[in-house]
Write a protein that binds this ligand. Structure first.
Ligand code: UT7
Length: 350
């Protein structure tokens, strides 16, 4: 009998490497002192509860596609590749400029200066998993390359969440945390089987979507509607039950790290870097304490950039690559959680 697994084995790639990373940050800085002038809050309250001191904010004229394209361009440059080398582009975001088409298609249009790009041969789609968007994207892209159908995939995590914040006292529950930015990575097939993922996880609990959401309209068929009676924000602005998300995150983060280590058969001590979604410094501290991880192995940049949702993991990872702290051959775990609720991990030998 013919070996039906044979063609699949021949087509799949031995390993996957992160060939390049890039980032884009808007120039405008919004400090806690600026927020004190806009709403009833204080630098002390924000730093104590979140760890955020300042965040970057886009200008009105900036586009999600534009900041995503800038991050992707710098990632392609660091990988020594051209836009036309991409087989596929995944953009993880909840703040696209348009409902249709995807931000990914708009990004490819922006990179079309490369004549080969005009053929439009790369596949392109957006991935909506809120703060998990980039790590979900890494997991999807890894499997698509390992499966053999794609060789070079761009993954972008990009957000302009300032668009969904009301910068006054009514909106202070979320406006103080979030910032804007974009990060990107280029994943490539390699013959080196030691490079790539050791374990991954992607989870969701849709029953908890009301803990964090941005309503565009009010459908009749949503149980309980989309707005609480005490809701003072108009449609189009973010709502978050911060306390509920916080409690969920503290438990889930640690459990997910443990589960991912177990799947790979390694310990927290084997992992050189935990590149975690920059949600709130207290949530990260709880995970660090549980595993006895020193601060340098679970780095933070939330003090400078705030919570940039899907962009936070690639922005931080790019900093670690640029500064030489992420070294080839080491184990790196990417971890995120967010609206949905969703939570995800991705453990790599880079
Ligand atoms: O990445 C997406 C996932 N999201 C997260 O990870 C967010 C998780 N949650 C959090 O980070 C925290 O819940 C927050 C930072 C959002 C809020 O901190 P908290 O310690 O949970 O505060 P709280 O919402 O329980 O509010 C405590 C008090 C309230 O006043 P009363 O009712 O005790 O008088 C709030 O009205 O603090 C008040 N408050 C503020 N005061 C000053 C809420 N926001 C502010 C503010 N400045 N910005």
């Amino acid at each position: 009998m013919a070996d039906i697994a044979e063609p699949i084995r021949r087509a799949s790639h031995a390993g996957v490497r992160i060939a390049g990373t890039g980032a884009y940050l808007p120039e405008k800085v919004l400090t806690n002192a600026d927020l004190e002038r806009l709403m009833d809050t204080s630098d002390e309250w924000i730093v104590q509860r979140t760890g955020v001191r300042e965040r970057r904010i886009c200008e009105d004229g900036d586009s999600l596609a534009g900041i995503s394209a800038a991050a992707l361009k710098s990632a392609l440059k660091s990988a020594g590749l051209k836009p036309s080398d991409l087989d596929l582009l995944i953009v993880g975001s909840v703040s696209s400029d348009m409902t249709c088409p995807s931000a990914a298609c708009q990004v490819l249009d922006m990179l079309a200066g490369d004549p080969e790009m005009d053929r439009g041969s790369a596949g392109a789609f957006d991935l909506t998993a809120a703060c998990c968007g980039f790590v979900y994207g890494l997991n999807v892209a890894h499997e698509m390359i390992r499966g053999g159908a794609y060789k070079t995939v761009g993954v972008v995590g990009s957000e302009i969440l300032s668009r969904f914040q009301q910068y006054d006292t009514a909106g202070r529950g979320t406006a103080i945390i979030f910032g804007d930015g974009a990060g990107a990575a280029i994943l490539r097939a390699t013959d080196d089987p030691s490079k790539g993922q050791l374990a991954q996880a992607m989870y969701s609990d849709g029953t908890r979507w009301k803990d964090l959401f941005i309503p565009n309209h009010e459908p009749r068929d949503f149980p309980g509607g989309t707005r609480a009676t005490e809701d003072v924000l108009p449609l189009g602005y973010m709502r978050m039950n911060g306390r509920a998300v916080f409690r969920f995150a503290v438990g889930t983060f640690g459990d997910l790290i443990q589960e991912t280590l177990d799947k790979a058969g390694v310990t927290a001590q084997d992992v050189s870097l935990f590149v975690c979604h920059q949600s709130n410094v207290r949530i990260l501290d709880a995970a660090r304490d549980r595993f006895g991880i020193p601060p340098e192995r679970m780095p933070v940049n939330i003090d400078r950039l705030g919570n940039t949702s899907a962009a936070s993991v690639p922005l931080l990872y790019n900093e670690l690559v640029q500064s030489g702290r992420a070294r080839e051959g080491e184990l790196v775990m990417f971890v995120a959680f967010g609206a949905g609720l969703t939570w995800t991990s991705s453990l790599w030998r880079i």
